[in-house]
Design a protein around this ligand. Structure first.
Ligand SMILES: Nc1ncnc2c1ncn2[C@@H]1O[C@H](COP(=O)(O)OP(=O)(O)OP(=O)(O)O)[C@@H](O)[C@H]1O
Ligand SMILES: [Mg+2]
Length: 400
């Protein structure tokens, strides 16, 4: 192994590039782009602090503390095609921060239920050239109904931000559980991977590539089942696609090589996820993302001694540089993974029905709406819901 995985999420920061590959004519360009991303990634290396600083600059006022807004700014909140508006929710606290905004715990003023509200700052999305990905996130969430995928309930926008209302998944991130546990016993890793497999199988059946599998994007429900979240990089494609995106440790070699790629990239990341759950670290980790890419390209995986032979065999199939030999991408597709001997005791139908005991149930003392499984983030003053100012970018998000 080339290093140990840090506790800091920053190592996992997404990279994304809106490179126009058609206009790209040599490898230098590619390396330049990866370099740029590397700098971005390093810049995020003190994730929480950096994110919060960014938020401070970009979100100047608080919806629940509107004292510094003029009266004509606090008008009725514009709604678009979603069935909700900001008036339907009380803002409770921040659950997570990301490149374009925050995810908040909110409570419905109508039914008292708790939801997660993902907020994107339109100007950030536009600056980062992520308009299409953001519209895709909404579209794909609206297509998905699966027990292991976070459900979206509605979307809307105001002058500055766009909002997605989703089920609130109380158990926190698999990331936090894994860092607390350091490693998962074989059976626990098997349980979570099997549920993730069913979610990926469902997405692929709809020609959706997920492209950002990692423990931060896997949430744990109150009953201990997984819920895949964050469809910011998911894309519906019939065949191949090109965009360089993902998270360094989890990214497949064909993406780094700037080749057209397929759903098989998710099976590569699935292998990395299983490896990380059992080893406690990803196989190609290096503090420098560029070195990580180099390790991925070399694809020299070292399996710690405590890895069972069965799982090594499975991972050799998944973490396979040659997509034509990669498990999940062969003639029998996902069946080859489901039938692999490491998954021998999994009864897939029962798992899908939720009829299998979960290995861990999150401790949620305060009942519904409890957020003790999430990190605490300093709250800022949010200017959500402001109207009466020019909405420069609203037309770019017509479905919200
Ligand atoms: N439905 C949800 N319920 C509970 N917590 C959530 C939910 N959705 C997101 N979160 C929390 O917010 C964090 C960030 O959300 P998400 O991964 O969707 O956005 P992001 O990482 O900011 O997106 P991007 O990677 O595009 O910047 C998650 O890792 C999780 O901790
Ligand atoms: Mg995420």
């Amino acid at each position: 192994m080339s290093g140990s995985t840090s506790n800091n999420k920053n190592q996992y920061e997404n990279i994304v590039s809106s490179i126009d590959y058609n206009s790209m004519n040599n490898n230098n360009n590619i390396n330049n782009n990866i370099n740029t991303n590397q700098l971005d990634t390093n810049h995020n290396n003190n994730n929480n602090n950096n994110n919060n600083n960014n938020m401070q600059q970009s979100i100047p006022s608080n919806i629940s503390n509107t004292s510094n807004l003029s009266n004509n700014q606090i008008q009725s909140i514009p709604t678009t095609k979603g069935k909700y508006s900001l008036n339907d929710f009380h803002l409770i606290q921040t659950l997570g921060t990301g490149s374009f905004g925050r995810v908040h715990l909110v409570c419905s003023v109508h039914n008292g239920r708790y939801y997660a509200m993902k907020v994107f700052r339109k100007s950030h999305v536009v600056r980062a050239k992520q308009i299409e990905h953001t519209n895709d996130e909404r579209k794909i969430l609206s297509l998905c109904k699966h027990p292991f995928i976070t459900r979206m309930w509605g979307t809307f926008q105001d002058c500055k931000s766009i909002f997605i209302i989703m089920d609130y998944i109380e158990g926190g991130e698999l990331f936090s559980l894994l860092r607390k546990s350091k490693v998962f016993p074989n059976q626990v890793a098997k349980f979570y991977s099997a549920e993730v497999l069913l979610a990926l199988e469902y997405l692929h059946s709809k020609n959706i590539i997920y492209r950002d599998l990692k423990p931060e994007n896997i949430l744990i429900s109150r009953s201990g089942h997984i819920k895949l979240a964050d469809f910011g990089f998911a894309k519906q494609v019939e065949t191949t696609t090109y965009t360089l995106c993902g998270t360094p440790d989890y990214i497949a070699p064909e993406i780094i090589a700037v080749q057209p790629y397929t759903k098989a990239v998710d099976w590569w990341s699935f292998g990395i996820l299983i490896y990380e759950m059992i080893a406690g670290t990803t196989p190609f980790y290096d503090p420098s993302p560029l070195k990580t890419y180099e390790n991925i390209t070399k694809c020299n995986v070292i399996y710690p001694n405590h890895f069972q032979l069965d799982v090594i065999n499975l991972l050799q199939g998944l973490i396979n540089k040659d997509v034509t030999y990669r498990l999940g991408n062969l003639k029998n597709g996902v069946q080859d993974i489901k039938n692999h001997r490491w998954f021998n005791e999994v009864i897939w139908e029962n798992l899908l029905q939720g009829n299998i005991e979960t290995p861990y149930e999150p401790n949620i003392p305060a009942g519904v709406g409890d957020a003790s499984q999430f990190e605490k983030y300093p709250e800022e003053r949010y200017d959500y819901g402001i109207s009466g100012i020019h909405d420069q970018f609203g037309y770019l998000f017509p479905d919200f």
